[in-house]
Write a protein that binds this ligand. Structure first.
Ligand SMILES: Cc1ncc(COP(=O)(O)O)c(C=O)c1O
Length: 420
């Protein structure tokens, strides 16, 4: 479902014209759709309706509290990877008992905070982390429910920078060590081993890698039970891909759920899911204005007011995003390089992209930027972080305002000897 569609040549976000919003909030800005978030969440919920499950939204994809709260109000828990994310999630109203804590380098301080809050589970990624958690939990007279994140050495067939389930990746317990570590964990104070966890990568567009990895993990659960461990939870991570181009056909949640059922149902485990991109990716666009059009010797450059510091995905992952005019026209189609104002050649959103002839002041929408967009932005080139706006039907609200230059610049302090 597309909640940013053109009607009579005008782009709408749900039931409000994008151009109307751009009149009151200067570009660039992120624009999110509540209906899209809801639709995506309900698809997963529906697909798993007959399975004991918990959907823990991987908030790293988009940590805006309005987004977290929208999903939390629909029943989502959260997957977090830092104390900061945990604090955001708690503030947005998701209870600690629905939080799972992932990440390769949880510190003692972060563990203490998580235990004080009473989170649902820690996804432990290494032996040193296990010992640290045991020490922290027992010193607090608490017991941490843990799963071990295992590394199944499966190729997720996605971009190398977001592939996480190969043995050369830093994530998870090496496959061959899992049984031994579980034995050690069962003797440690403050630790209660409840399950296994895996996350093999992001933007996975085929079911096969998931199935391969889940089948391996299901076999491991059996072995661990034979070893005497009471394995009751299986955290399958996130990774379900979305469509960035209109011909992309990622797996449907219903097919994903059928496969999960086929591979894991006999174990009787509670299934935990950590979708990020799937819930928020297509729920956001970035609205930007054409600042200049420059005819290079070889290329025609559309220089827009958004830049790589606002959306790093094209520069970092060579990611493709559809870019469309907010107001459609019958002008001829031209090939443009769509670039930002930052002083880097990598500050480019698209190269040789066919788009109707544009002029200065025209609005463009970069699609499918709800995941790993605003969260990865920076103030590089001392550019202001751009606002985030949430739409619901015909209403909109700024859910993160644009900071002032003073707020950005005053974060620096002049060392005392420089002002003497
Ligand atoms: C442990 C873990 N779970 C879930 C996710 C969410 O992945 P995705 O956004 O692809 O669903 C990530 C993202 O990298 C992750 O590292």
């Amino acid at each position: 479902m597309n909640f940013f569609e053109h009607r009579d040549g005008e782009m709408f976000a749900e039931n409000i014209k994008v151009s109307e919003i751009a009149k009151s909030i200067s570009t660039p800005f992120y624009l999110y759709s509540t209906a899209s978030l809801t639709y995506q969440f309900n698809q997963i919920k529906e697909a798993f309706r007959n399975t004991d499950h918990l959907i823990c939204y991987a908030v790293k994809a988009n940590t805006n509290q309005a987004v977290i709260k929208t999903l939390g109000d629909l029943g989502a828990g959260a997957d977090v990877v830092s104390e900061g994310e945990m604090r955001r999630v708690l503030k947005a109203g998701i209870p600690a008992c629905k939080i799972v804590y992932s990440g390769v380098a949880k510190t003692a301080q972060e563990m203490t905070f998580a235990l004080e809050q009473g989170i649902y589970q820690f996804n432990v990624e290494s032996e040193p982390e296990l010992y640290q958690l045991s020490e922290v939990a027992s010193s607090m007279d608490k017991t941490a429910d843990i799963t071990f994140r295992v590394n199944p050495d499966v190729d997720a067939k996605t971009h190398a920078k977001i592939s996480t389930g190969k043995s050369e990746n830093k994530f998870g317990i090496p496959w061959g060590n899992v049984r031994e570590i579980c034995q050690r964990a069962s003797k440690l104070p403050g630790i209660n081993l409840v399950g296994l966890d895996l996350h093999i990568g992001s933007q996975i567009t085929k079911l096969e890698p998931f199935e391969e990895a889940f089948t391996l993990v299901a076999g491991l659960v059996k072995l661990l039970r034979e070893d005497g461990h009471n394995i009751t939870r299986l955290d399958l991570g996130g990774g379900l891909g979305i469509s960035y181009e209109c011909n992309d056909l990622p797996p449907l949640p219903s097919d994903y759920a059928k496969m999960v059922k086929r591979v894991t149902e006999h174990l009787g485990c509670r299934i935990i899911l950590e979708p990020g991109r799937f819930l928020v990716g297509n729920a956001g666009i970035l609205v930007s204005t054409v600042v200049y059009i420059k005819d290079g010797e070889e290329r025609k450059f559309l220089i827009v007011d958004a830049a790589m510091n606002d959306l790093i995905r094209p520069s970092m992952y060579d990611a493709y995003h559809e870019i469309v005019p907010v107001l459609e026209s019958n002008e001829e189609i031209l090939l443009y390089d769509i670039v930002g104002p930052v002083c880097e050649t990598g500050d480019s959103f698209a190269s040789n992209r066919p788009i109707t002839s544009m002029k200065t002041g025209d609005l463009l929408a970069i699609r499918s930027v709800g995941a790993y967009g605003a969260v990865m932005s920076s103030t590089y080139n001392t550019r202001k972080l751009i606002p985030e706006v949430l739409v619901k039907d015909d209403k909109f609200a700024v859910v993160r305002p644009r900071p002032t230059y003073e707020e950005i610049i005053n974060l620096d302090h002049i060392a005392p000897w420089l002002s003497e």
